[in-house]
Design a protein around this ligand. Structure first.
Ligand code: UDX
Length: 444
């Protein structure tokens, strides 16, 4: 089939390359000429395992082509997937200007039947809005359908999530559009047997926002439980494990920490709440989810303060800057927020992140960047863990003990077994678990 993807950011580029890899002829389009240049030069503008290789291979095969001309995306194509950004305004209102602009350009270029498919996370009602734009702008007699086909990929596992999806949701009232989308995903459906949910556009749009909002709710729930644990001496990890064994609850997304970040969860919680309210439905639960998430960072900073006394002048090693492990993405990163607040409080921060340091240095020039976790910890009063990179959990605690000034770890991601850290001679403050100490501060 001949497909196009407009907006080749994290979602769009992965989608375009994966669709090419299952045999389609795919045109990826982005107005950002610099981004297109990077991709054509054989690189990718973000860190995502397997994507650079896949994009290079599909460009070389000729199945994937890249352009800056949005109008080209519609000519002679069966389906156009719209994957442009949908940021939120400060009020939480979703900013759909990019979607609308793309819809206008596509509309004017329609030359034959095409399915315009929204793949970005958009509020319910966007599909209808796109239809109105296209009806107003398309040449007389232009044939098209609108569909919603939300994306569920996670950064870090994007290729696998796309080629082995947990489900494919196809929202359209047109049987012709649904059949084309089923065909587009045919090889994946055949190979994986994943469920295909066919529904109307509004339901498909709401599946996406509901899924992300529910994931955020799980995280805020366990973070609130962590807070209770911190007051009662209970252990949130054991609680999450025991809860997760109930298949009705499930074990994933119950890791307590400094809260969720990234491009999707924070934005989608706010946008979903705003959208619900615009339809006259209050969604106080999502307000609470958002609030618990913000408060987690303040609580974490209190823990750091508990560990080092005055933050002003404290020498701190910050491990992790990306919003989660496996990515260089700093967007709404709780780790960056923590690092910034520590700097504002007058701490001297040496940071290390396996992937995100170049961009972090631009955003926070006062951060001193280290070459590895030990280098960051040289002479530190405390090691402050902000991102759940597995390599941090694998550090040699004996070696770490030798380089720090005070053996104190404040862990915002619960990466260690408290007993192991105490046995290595550290004081260990984590989230929702009792503080342990293998070191007597008074003798230091
Ligand atoms: C998310 C959704 O998971 C994905 O389905 C959707 O398509 C896009 O948004 P992503 O933004 O890649 O994916 O991040 P995710 O893996 O969901 O993590 C989001 C944040 O939650 C990270 O900051 C992570 O550290 C945090 N998190 C996750 C927790 O604090 N605890 C957990 O148990 C899980």
């Amino acid at each position: 089939m001949r497909l196009a993807v407009v907006g080749i950011g994290h979602v769009g580029l992965v989608h375009a390359a994966c669709m090419a890899s299952i045999g389609h002829d795919v045109l990826g389009v982005d107005e950002d000429a610099a981004k297109v240049e990077v991709i054509l030069a054989g690189s990718t503008p973000f860190v995502e395992p397997g994507v650079t290789e896949l994009v290079r291979a599909e460009l070389a095969s000729g199945r994937l082509q890249i352009s800056t001309q949005v109008a080209d995306a519609v000519r002679g194509r069966d389906i156009v997937f719209v994957c442009v950004g949908t940021p939120t305004r400060p009020t939480g209102e979703p900013d759909l200007s990019q979607v609308e602009r793309v819809a206008q350009t596509l509309a004017e270029a329609i030359d034959d039947y095409v399915v315009i498919t929204e793949k970005s996370t958009v509020p319910v009602g966007t599909g209808e809005a796109i239809r109105r734009v296209i009806e107003a702008r398309a040449p007389a007699g232009a044939e098209f359908d609108i569909a919603s086909n939300p994306e569920f990929l996670q950064e870090g596992t994007a290729v696998r999530d796309t080629l082995e999806p947990t489900r494919i949701v196809i929202g359209s009232t047109s049987e012709r559009a649904r059949a084309l989308l089923r065909d587009a995903y045919g090889p994946i459906i055949e190979q994986t047997g994943c469920p295909v949910i066919e529904t109307d556009i509004e339901t498909a749009e709401l599946v996406k926002h509901s899924s992300n909002a529910f994931l955020a709710t799980k995280i805020s729930f366990i973070n609130q439980v962590a807070e209770i644990c911190e007051q009662t001496g209970a252990d949130v990890e054991t609680i999450a494990y025991a809860m997760g064994l109930d298949p009705r609850i499930g074990s994933r997304f119950l890791s307590a920490g400094i809260g969720y970040g990234g491009e999707c969860l924070p934005k989608d919680v706010q946008a979903y709440r705003y959208t619900a309210e615009s339809y006259g439905v209050a969604f106080p639960l999502l307000h609470a989810v958002d609030q618990v998430n913000s408060e987690r960072r303040a609580r974490f900073l209190e823990r750091v303060q508990e560990a080092v006394g005055d933050l002003a002048g404290a020498r701190l090693a910050v491990w992790g800057l990306a919003f989660k492990a496996g990515t260089d993405d700093l967007r709404r990163s709780p780790a960056m927020d923590v690092a910034e607040r520590l700097l504002q409080a007058g701490a001297h921060v040496r940071a290390f992140d396996p992937a995100a340091m170049t961009d972090a240095a631009t955003l926070l020039p006062d951060l001193v960047m280290a070459i590895d976790p030990y280098d960051a910890a040289e002479g530190a009063d405390a090691v402050v863990i902000c991102t759940e990179w597995p390599e941090f959990a694998e550090v040699d605690l004996e070696r770490l003990r030798r380089v720090v000034s005070r053996p104190v770890i404040v862990d915002g991601r619960n990466l260690f077994e408290p007993a192991d850290v105490a046995a290595a001679g550290f004081s260990y403050l984590s989230m929702g678990r009792p503080t342990v100490s293998g070191w007597d501060d008074a003798t230091a």
